[in-house]
Design a protein around this ligand. Structure first.
Ligand SMILES: *Cc1c(COP(=O)(O)O)cnc(C)c1O
Length: 407
């Protein structure tokens, strides 16, 4: 067996399909977000503006967050020193879990290494609690949910994206008394569209199904206290399990679920992905708790984010760029070709110092390749002007389609 040749083959396949990923090496500068330094492969440096980050509100440089992290680091040292079960449950972890349970108005919360792990660990454990479980999953659910559902080895049914009529059909096919769980997202991050939360919850009640929602792209940003779209729509109490991240709008790291005390107790007790891994560093838990707490009472940053997203969309639309607008904070510009998408991204970076990663298959379906911009409170008028002019130039240079502005 020639292992090395096998690896070459696998990598070559990605190159052939035009989906080999390259990472660019950046150094964000605290106090200067969204500006960063790009360290090029040849060792030189260029100042760039990051337009595709998921630190949606710039909380990664917020003084309250940094102070909490510094304090915890000084007080307690670097790592937690153990798994949650064996010496790794600290006051910082408990405080963060209380903060999160309160945020979502649930009895309990459990923190995980990341929201990816939270989805994988929770969804793969639910079939152990409910033998015979069928999971009904939206077809555009995040890779971590898909992975969790696979790992659970239970029956699954995929409903067409946001199609509640299809979801109903699938529910009707199942045994009335069998356990069921509907898994979906509140905001799908690649198009920025919202899940039909209320309709899904109505169906769940009608068919006695549990509900699991991923609010990763909404927590910190929607709702009076930043608890997400379900809070904004007054639906939080009807959802069984809410998943969120501490690594995106909260600007730190980690993931969680918020749920009933009993469900949390069962997941805590059965999920290998919760049990057999070192708990988050206390400083990370402290920073995340400070971020959640801050955004509970200060709506200013999420309001500014929405305003900036609105302005960017309106300006790009006015230029006739093919943007998708579902009223969320995410601004996808449709390119529809993997090579052009990569080329636009390269030109923006090299010629304009604008960093936006091309989004190609398999993150999105083929033919829907796009540039995905994430305006935030720290993307002010100056950054916005530069971006708009750069895109205007490039769209003309590359003779890309614009919408028919007369139509
Ligand atoms: C990023 C993402 C996750 C994973 O969150 P992490 O905390 O970064 O692991 C889960 N769900 C969705 C929809 C995501 O986009």
């Amino acid at each position: 067996m020639d292992y090395s040749a096998k690896i070459d083959e696998s990598l070559q396949r990605l190159h052939d399909e035009g989906r080999y990923r390259t990472f660019i090496d950046i150094e964000r500068r605290k106090g200067a977000f969204p500006h960063a330094i790009w360290r090029k492969p040849d060792g030189s440096e260029q100042e760039i503006t990051v337009w595709c980050g998921n630190d949606y509100l710039g909380m990664g440089q917020h003084p309250h967050v940094l102070e909490a992290m510094h304090d915890a680091l000084r007080a307690t040292g670097a790592g937690s020193g153990g798994t949650r079960n064996i010496s790794g449950t600290t006051v910082y972890h408990k405080a963060l879990e209380s903060e999160l349970a309160d945020l979502h108005q649930k009895e309990a919360a459990l923190i995980f290494t990341s929201a990816y792990i939270a989805n994988d660990a929770t969804l793969s454990t639910l079939p152990l609690l409910f033998p015979g479980l069928t999971i009904l999953s939206d077809e555009l659910n995040h890779a971590s949910m898909i992975q969790g559902i696979r790992h659970g080895n239970c029956a699954k049914k995929i409903w067409r994206h946001n199609d509640v009529a299809h979801l109903r059909e699938l529910l009707e096919e199942l045994d009335k008394d069998a356990p069921k769980l509907i898994a979906f997202e509140s905001i799908y991050s690649m198009d920025g569209d919202f899940g039909p939360i209320e309709e899904v919850l109505d169906l769940a009640e009608e068919f006695n199904a549990l509900t699991y929602i991923d609010e990763v792209h909404a927590v910190g940003m929607y709702g009076t206290h930043g608890a997400g779209v379900a809070e904004r729509d007054g639906l939080m109490d009807r959802i069984d399990i809410i998943n969120g991240t501490l690594g995106k709008a909260y600007g730190v790291h980690g993931g969680y679920i918020a749920t009933s005390a009993k469900m949390a107790d069962a997941i805590r007790s059965y999920a290998p992905g919760f049990i057999f891994t070192t708990s988050l560093p206390p400083a990370v838990a402290a920073g995340a708790a400070a971020s959640v707490k801050h955004l509970k009472t200060d709506p200013h940053l999420r309001e500014l984010q929405q305003t900036h997203a609105r302005i960017l969309k309106d300006r790009l639309k006015a230029m006739g760029l093919p943007i998708t607008d579902h009223g969320s904070h995410i601004v996808p510009v449709h390119v529809g070709d993997p090579v052009k998408c990569k080329m636009l991204s390269d030109l923006l970076l090299e010629n304009y110092g604008i960093y936006v990663q091309p989004i190609n298959f398999p993150t999105v379906p083929r033919g829907t390749e796009r540039l995905r911009f994430t305006p935030s409170p720290v993307h002010g008028p100056e950054e916005m002007d530069k971006l708009v002019h750069a895109l205007d130039d490039l769209w003309s240079q590359c003779a890309l389609n614009r919408a028919d502005l007369t139509g």
